[in-house]
Ligand binder design. Structure first.
Ligand SMILES: [Zn+2]
Length: 95
């Protein structure tokens, strides 16, 4: 699975729409990643814009300490297991 990499930019298009744009390329162009509307549009766009960095941070942390906090078998509830589940949700090739 691939996604638009970071750094992403949050851009308040108008009073009703917040856009998330991909990284700059070819002299200032940016791809549109998403458009957010509704009550929480700015917070949702900000979270979306941080997604590539959050995913990379989780991957790096899991590589440092990949074991479940409660033993060899994944419990599905500790921070490590939750992080594994989130990374796998974004990247099915993650083991
Ligand atoms: Zn666990």
């Amino acid at each position: 699975m691939s996604h638009t990499p970071g750094p992403r930019l949050v851009y308040e298009f108008d009073e009703a729409q917040v856009c998330v744009l991909g990284p700059e390329y070819e002299g200032g162009k940016r791809d549109l990643v998403g458009v957010f509307t509704g009550e929480h549009r700015l917070d949702n766009a900000t979270l979306d814009a941080a997604a590539p960095e959050l995913l990379e941070a989780l991957r790096r942390l899991l590589l440092l300490d990949p074991q479940c906090a409660y033993g060899v078998v994944h419990c599905g509830e500790c921070a490590t297991c939750l992080a594994h589940a989130v990374v796998a949700k974004c990247d099915p090739s993650w083991q």
